[in-house]
Design a protein. Sequence first.
Length: 339
Amino acid sequence: MGKIMLEVNQLTTKYVTRANEDVYAVDHVSLKIEEGKSLGIAGESGCGKSTLALSLIGYYFPPLHYMSGDIIIDGKNISGLDPDTVRKSVLGTDVAYIPQAAMNALNPTRKVYKFIEDVIHAHGLDMTNKDIYDMAHKRFEEVGLPEEALLKHSVELSGGMRQRVVIAISTILNPKVLIADEPSSALDVTSQKMVIKMMREMMDKGMVKSMIFITHELPLLYNVTDDIMVMYAGQIVEKGTAKQMVFDPVHPYSRGLMRSILVPEAGTRDVKLTAIPGTPPNLKHPPAGCRFADRCKYAVPACKVNAMPIMEFEDNREYRCGHSVQHLREVYEHEDRAE
């Protein structure tokens, strides 16, 4: 095993509503990422992906609150740090974040270069204006942006260029962990391919040491990440290699997620397209048993009555289900033959 760049142990965070109700959007999540590796996180809207991303960068502002668990980046525990400390000594250097709708994240009244200048000054780095400009110019070249883009306003750039600008700004200090929350969702197919290729190259060149790529499109992660974990109702339900999760998912939710999306990959084109019935549980009052049980066609009464399943390691992957992998495989094999 290589050097662990990010380690998360039993992280729990919650939202507090105006009615003072607790919503545990991230519930005892644990994960590890080695240096040079990338992790994909998939799941439907509302499963906790974006909340996990904000939690991992220490972005705790009401209504989001840190409850428990550890977030360790390259040996440094950033759990529970105050926002000022996070902003000055963690964000941008230890961990960087590319938000959803990143194309709209830039103030249209300011030139692009000024955002990079702000990042440098916020971290108290002793650099001249020329040094900052040269650094920005070099990074723009590395992400395929022309020098003149530095002196333009964001509204003067195309969608694909704006996305690359945000990525360049976020990674200007070569963070140890880059968290990208659906960075390609608002782009056309050509721009998506360009952004994904660029992010892989940034990993290869050492501009970032490890990466988390979040999306609701599980198959997209096959070409981007080394490993994939699937979230459901604030919890991890399965984690394995990208190949395992796309071509051979075990958990009923992971399997349902894969079969609800048209996938161009060879070996998946003949799979019958189906929808997952029902809706996720209300996290104000989560069920006592398996959180997927009400939507799972393989559920038995014990799934709803017994305690919530814990993460198990079986078949070279982690998964959370009351059924064994062997039992699920037998059921899936019978279904596939029937199709």
